[in-house]
Design a protein around this ligand. Structure first.
Ligand code: AMP
Length: 445
């Protein structure tokens, strides 16, 4: 790949077709933070106790803006990137206002979410709050047995959390009745569209009374999402925290151009150099995740791959081991990683540049969560420059090159495992020619 690969127009200039926040949100309001406390938002005293127990000292921006609207009974469309505290943004006000049901009655709140991992996270937070409010939550999702789910629903739960496929199955078996649902949450709407769940979501929503309150959360709101979702909400209030494609400010991003064949050894060299604890590695394919995990394991790292071909039990075990520090590195695909709540991640490595630019924002959003600082490094092969360009357009910023000093070169290529070179000059790893400038001067703002 020629050096000219970097000769690209600055992101955000004319000709860029990606929708901006204002085009996606015809009536959106990007509000200034009001710096309110949880007490000032109008939450119930039980919920405020739960907030304390969860260790939240002040509301995140999405919580500050969404909670009062939900408490007022408004329908809400909220665009907030992952890691912004959106789960609590809907659960806290819902559980502040939600009534209670008697044994054997039907759920009064339904949360639909695309992945099992996300469903479990919502379940965990709802249980934590429920300890104080007395609400029961149950989660139905694929990959688990039907009978206990049917039994639990029959016993009566106020809040039902569900992935679309399993909920449709249970509706067809008449094992669940949604006629008493007062509040409906559609979580990660954009991902549900991407994953082809939308027909199922519509079928589910058709069984919920039209008088319900509807809250829709989406990391990014595309025209597709607005068109699909629009008819499901009644006069919604729009909340937008960060414009589409904005990475959290606490995340430092770097780019490492490298030959594809050198990616694994460069990753290993980086892990050895920067540390291999609490690391997430993203690959574009399931096979890629397995191969990468195998190679890292061979190099002596404690690593697991998680993707949709792994059983539910395997995925849960891997997540648990990662959370407890029994393994250091998780190699994941985008579908599975979306929405997983793993805090305190030190590094995110993009083994492949994602072809969907919004996935990049989600991937790097795994680090730098809730005010922590994070580092995200992208290994870019020669054939991935256009994918990177899309990402940079979306974010409106360039991803700076990692300072490769310290990595030796041979014949103009990075040789991660070789002895350190004494030469100080850096080279273009693709063409072998000396790089004119490490910093891509001339393309910076
Ligand atoms: P979410 O965007 O819902 O996936 O939440 C991301 C992480 O932020 C989770 O680990 C939450 O427990 C955490 N979190 C949510 N709200 C707050 C808050 N107000 N203060 C601190 N952490 C929070």
């Amino acid at each position: 790949m020629a050096q000219g690969g970097w000769n690209r127009p600055r992101p955000g200039l004319q000709g860029h077709s990606s929708g901006t926040a204002s085009t996606a949100f015809p009536h959106s309001c990007i509000l200034d933070p009001m710096d309110k406390t949880f007490e000032e938002l109008g939450l119930s005293s039980n919920v405020l106790e739960a907030v304390q127990d969860l260790g939240y000292t002040e509301p995140t921006p999405v919580q500050e803006q969404t909670i009062p609207l939900v408490l007022e009974g408004r329908d809400v469309i909220a665009a907030a990137q992952t890691g912004t505290g959106k789960t609590a943004a809907f659960l806290l006000p819902i559980m502040s206002n939600l009534g209670h049901i008697k044994k054997g009655q039907n759920p009064i709140c339904l949360v639909i979410t695309p992945t099992r991992e996300l469903a479990q996270q919502i379940d965990e937070t709802a249980h934590a709050i429920g300890t104080y409010t007395g609400h029961r939550t149950f989660t139905v999702m694929g990959g688990t047995k039907y009978e206990p789910q049917v039994k639990a629903i029959r016993n009566g739960v106020e809040i039902l959390v569900a992935t679309p496929g399993r909920l449709i199955d249970l509706l067809q078996q008449k094992a669940v009745n949604l006629k008493h649902v007062r509040t409906l949450v559609i979580d990660e709407a954009d991902r549900m569209l991407d994953m082809g769940f939308w027909p199922s979501v519509r079928k589910i929503v058709a069984q919920v009374p039209p008088t319900r309150q509807t809250l829709m959360f989406s990391a990014t709101i595309s025209r597709d999402v607005t068109m699909s979702v629009g008819s499901l909400l009644h006069d919604p209030a729009y909340v937008e925290i960060a414009p589409k494609g904005t990475a959290a400010e606490t995340i430092t991003q770097y780019l490492m151009p490298v030959e594809r064949s050198q990616k694994t050894s460069l990753l290993i060299a980086m892990l050895e150099k920067k540390g291999a604890e609490r690391v997430l590695v993203f690959t574009g394919t399931k096979q890629g995740a397995d191969t990468c995990a195998r190679q890292l394991e061979k190099a002596g790292f404690r690593v697991r791959a998680i993707h949709s071909d792994r059983s539910q039990a395997q995925r849960e075990r891997a997540l648990e081991q990662f959370k407890k520090g029994k393994i250091d590195i998780l190699v994941a695909t985008d579908v599975i990683a979306r929405g997983i709540d793993i805090s305190d991640v030190s590094y995110v490595y993009n083994y492949d540049v994602p072809t969907n630019p919004e996935d990049y924002v989600h991937r790097i959003g795994r680090t730098g969560r809730a005010g922590e600082t994070g580092l995200a490094v992208t290994l870019m092969g020669p054939d991935e420059i256009s994918a990177l360009r899309e990402i940079e357009y979306l974010m409106g910023e360039l991803v700076p090159l990692y300072d490769l000093e310290g990595f030796p070169y041979r014949d103009g290529r990075i040789v991660p495992n070789a002895k350190r070179s004494t030469k100080r000059t850096r080279h273009n790893v693709f063409s072998g020619s000396k790089m004119r400038s490490q910093s891509r001067r001339g393309y910076r703002r």
